[in-house]
Design a protein around this ligand. Structure first.
Ligand code: BDP
Length: 328
């Protein structure tokens, strides 16, 4: 190559990298969130994107669209896979149909407690699920807490699986949860989160199941006043980003985004603990009758059929299930 063409080539490269940098500067991410703006997930997502904007010197900015204004969770998961949405916080519950590995944490009573869930998600189990997500076009940046889900309804307290018999219970859209309610003789209705209040109010369903902050922030407690502490599901949530948006980042930017994601998960977990206690107070003061369930063994026995079917349908996930079941 002659000197002049070398120089020209050189300046073309400089110009091109300038353009690429400009492209990165223009990145303005859209974030999906189902919860109201003062919810722990929402606050942590806002702090994540602010952190990213600051640490990248404004190369990446973004906005979180709260309260499900950008649509339902299953659609948003799909849009994130396709790169139409850049990031979002998703419950791993409705991710099951798209990413089979995520189903292992939707099995009832799989984690012994929240601390164990944190430990396993921050280690090998979380890595295995992240790998499954990446195969489907999503990168996990951090695992958020969503506590434990319990049943609530408008009819009567639930103390045994028999109390669920004949009840119409709303579940998240995943066949695992349908099987779970049916194992106790209930009728499961998969339905979008945003439709549950009215369905409870009009008697389309008798009950649903969720953690205290969701039961409170959606005002479901106004229309279903029996909250029974079955704590049958501990399903973590994922601060997820589209692999398409991730792959467009420089290695330095990826490092910043990853660090900000982990920091936001730590922050969210702190916020979560405080909000759970506060939500219990709000619903109690609002007239909710809360009952604990001393013996959960009958629920576990009824729901064992969910495991049998899941393992028969997904033999390749047996090791991952056992990794959790056999953990301390
Ligand atoms: C909440 C989760 C949210 C789910 C919702 C539901 O944070 O992601 O969409 O439950 O039940 O606890 O649909």
């Amino acid at each position: 190559m002659k000197l002049t063409s070398k120089l020209m080539f050189g300046s073309a490269v400089v110009a091109l990298s300038g353009l690429l940098a400009l492209g990165a500067q223009a990145a303005e991410w859209r974030g999906w969130n189902i919860h109201v703006p003062d919810y722990p997930v929402s606050i942590a997502m806002d702090s994540f994107i602010a952190d990213v904007a600051e640490k990248t010197g404004g190369e990446i900015t973004g906005k979180v669209f709260h309260a499900g204004v950008l649509g339902d969770q299953p659609d948003a998961i799909e849009q994130t896979r396709l790169g139409i949405m850049d990031f979002g916080v998703f419950s791993l519950g409705p991710m099951g149909p798209a990413v089979p590995e995520t189903n292992v944490v939707s099995l009832p009573f799989i984690f012994k407690n929240i601390d164990q869930m944190y430990r396993l998600m921050d280690g090998e189990v979380g890595d295995a699920i992240d790998k499954g997500l990446q195969d489907k076009g999503i990168v996990a940046l951090g695992w958020y807490d969503a506590g434990a889900r319990s049943f609530y309804n408008s009819q009567h307290p639930i103390n045994t699986p028999d109390d669920v018999k004949g009840m119409k219970i709303r579940v998240m859209s995943n066949d695992l949860f349908v099987g779970m309610v049916e194992s106790m003789g209930g009728n499961a209705t998969p339905m979008a989160f945003g439709e549950v209040y009215q369905s409870l109010q009009t008697g389309v369903v008798d009950g649903a199941e969720n953690n205290p902050p969701s039961y409170e922030s959606t005002n479901h407690f106004e229309v279903a006043k029996y909250y029974s502490m079955s704590e049958h599901l501990i399903i973590p949530e994922c601060l997820c980003m589209s692999k398409k948006s991730w792959d467009a980042l420089t290695p330095e930017q990826q490092e910043i985004v990853h660090t900000a994601g982990r920091a936001s998960a730590e922050y969210q977990r702190e916020l979560w603990q405080a909000r759970e206690a506060a939500s219990m107070e709000v619903v109690r003061a609002g007239g909710t009758e809360i009952n604990t369930i001393a013996d959960k063994a009958p629920f576990q026995a009824a729901m064992a059929s969910v495991y049998d079917k899941f393992l028969a349908d997904n033999p390749d996930l047996t090791d991952l299930v056992n990794m959790i079941r056999n953990a301390d």
